[in-house]
Design a protein around this ligand. Structure first.
Ligand code: COA
Length: 180
């Protein structure tokens, strides 16, 4: 398990799946705002790649996020589109509604940076998020991510086009400190 100051990132467990399905992926607004594809219901027992991990998929590494204190499941996090030639990847995260706003997101980004830069030896990490997602923008910027641009009207979200902000962080800019 990777450890931050408040959260741990560990492998997906079977009993995480119904919690993530009902609390995260059944939520139309959350799914529409945080994923790049249209919401659709997830059938219990589904092999949806957001829930069931394919350990052979080299470019996508999903984690379950737990509270270090007690081990309660609080969300998901991932490195995706890992490119071993350009040594870059994207990061993604989603916390259960009851776990948002407590500083966990900032800590998850820190641990993903440790995984990307230290464990995987990557050079660049990237995040795309809706321009009104202040919590995600702050969580990224707290960890040193820099706003590199705005992709105008890049996301169709529940009846309207919204801008997305692109943020990047390079290995040499990143300061380790919150994880071990
Ligand atoms: C985005 C998300 C991961 C952030 O994690 P979090 O634990 O809620 O964020 P934190 O508690 O670490 O807060 C980070 C910063 O944002 C601020 N913040 C938190 N919630 C906020 C909100 N609703 N509105 C404005 N600012 C907010 C905090 O005050 C903090 O600012 P600070 O560093 O200046 O003190 C989480 O809210 C989430 O899972 N949201 C839904 C899914 C999502 O949007 N995923 C990202 C898709 S790209």
């Amino acid at each position: 398990m990777l450890r931050g100051s408040k959260v741990g990132l560990r492998a997906r467990h079977e009993d995480d799946i119904p919690v993530l399905r009902t609390e995260l992926y059944d939520d139309v607004v959350n799914a529409a705002r945080s994923e790049g594809r249209p919401w659709r219901p997830v059938t219990p027992g589904s092999k949806d790649s957001r829930l069931v991990v394919d350990d052979t998929a080299q470019s996508y590494v999903p984690f379950s996020v737990v509270e270090l204190d007690g081990g309660t499941l609080i969300g998901t996090a991932s490195l995706w589109d890992i490119d071993t030639h350009h040594r870059s990847a994207h990061i993604g995260l989603g916390l259960l509604p009851s776990s948002r706003g407590h500083g966990y997101g900032t800590d998850v980004v820190a641990v993903l940076c440790h995984y990307g830069f230290v464990v995987r030896g990557l050079q660049r990490l990237q995040i795309e998020t809706l321009s009104d997602n202040d919590a995600m923008l702050r969580s990224a910027e707290r960890n040193g991510f820099v706003r590199e641009g705005v992709m105008r009207s890049a996301a169709w979200v529940l009846g309207e086009f919204m801008d997305e902000v692109l943020l990047g962080l390079l290995a040499e800019e990143w300061k380790s400190g919150s994880e071990g």
